[in-house]
Design a protein around this ligand. Structure first.
Ligand code: CP
Length: 305
């Protein structure tokens, strides 16, 4: 693996190896001193052209826990504001001696183009509506920790599928690992391009989450309401919200996940988010472990001490 641009095309073996490595490295997070020398002398550039709380900070911590030097570049406040392109920016960072680029951009395909032009590995931290592979991996790890397996799980991904890069990475990852995947959401937010990809698609929440082992609730993008793409937030919650009532359709031991940030009381109620089925903070913790695993794998780390 030279880069991590998406989960599409990765085999079950590739994914299982990353999950196993993430699981092993997660042990570092429970140590009083969370630092191993694995990536000492290596430099990581977090290059974010979109806002982020979880992904950017967990990549920063992941790099630092592995003893890498980490720089955080944000479009605002940089020479991008004077007209410098993404490509020239990346060339300049590479010239400074960085060893890996972690990039988030609003346009699908930017990480791929960077991977084609740079000689160092590129990690996609979320590009447009394409993929968010480390989110997919941390979701898989959380599901495996809770259920002890991924194969055969019934996974429902609920919400704005059309605009969600998380939905796509989850889809590729869960399908590769042998899970059964259903997308649920308003009809206009369920892209027809998903037909034939091996997933079930429905606008009926009950049908979609009946008997589910895993529910991934996606953020509804409020700006889409003003654009007329979703009904009122109340109607959205009534039809597609994950509430204590709708959760009864899933299995008793259902795992509820959400990639964050959440709109409480819209796509998911606080009673569910703060309840016994939901593991969003376990997802966040796994995000650090998975990002350590990806950095370790791409930088060919030495021994894990
Ligand atoms: N899940 C996720 O990508 O969150 P951030 O936008 O905060 O990074």
């Amino acid at each position: 693996m030279q880069d991590l641009l998406g989960l599409e095309g990765l085999s079950a073996k590739d994914i299982a190896e990353l999950l196993d490595l993430g699981q092993a490295l997660s042990e570092i997070l429970s140590r009083p001193i969370k630092k191993v020398p694995t990536l000492r002398g290596r430099a990581v550039a977090n290059v974010f052209f979109e806002p982020s709380t979880r992904t950017r900070n967990s990549f920063e911590l992941a790099g630092k826990y592995l003893s890498a030097d980490v720089i955080n570049f944000q479009g605002s406040g940089s020479s991008v504001e004077k007209g410098e392109t993404v490509w020239d920016t990346a060339d300049n960072l590479q010239a400074m001696g960085i060893d890996v680029v972690v990039v988030r951009h609003r346009l699908s395909g930017v990480p791929k183009r960077l991977a084609d032009m740079l000689t160092i590995p590129v990690i996609n931290a979320g590009d447009g509506t394409h993929e968010h592979p480390t989110q997919g991996l941390l979701d898989l790890l959380t599901a495996r920790q809770v259920h002890g397996r991924i194969e055969g799980l019934k996974v429902a991904i609920v919400g704005d599928i059309l605009h969600s890069r998380v939905a796509r990475s989850d889809m590729w990852g869960f399908l590769a690992m042998g899970a059964d995947v259903t997308f649920v959401g308003p009809p206009n937010l369920l892209p027809g391009t998903l037909v034939g990809m091996g997933v079930h698609i429905t606008s009926d929440l009950r049908e979609g989450i009946e008997g589910a082992d895993v529910i991934q609730a996606l953020r509804i993008q409020r700006e889409r309401q003003s654009a007329g793409e979703i009904p009122s937030l109340k109607e959205y919650r009534d039809r597609w919200g994950i509430t204590e009532d709708s959760l009864r359709w899933a299995k008793d031991e259902v795992l509820v996940m959400h990639p964050g940030p959440q709109n409480r009381g819209v796509e998911i109620d606080s009673a569910v988010l703060d309840g016994p089925h939901c593991r969003v903070l376990q997802q966040v913790q796994n995000g650090v472990a998975i990002r350590m695993a990806v950095l370790y794998r791409l930088l060919g780390g030495g021994t894990h001490e």
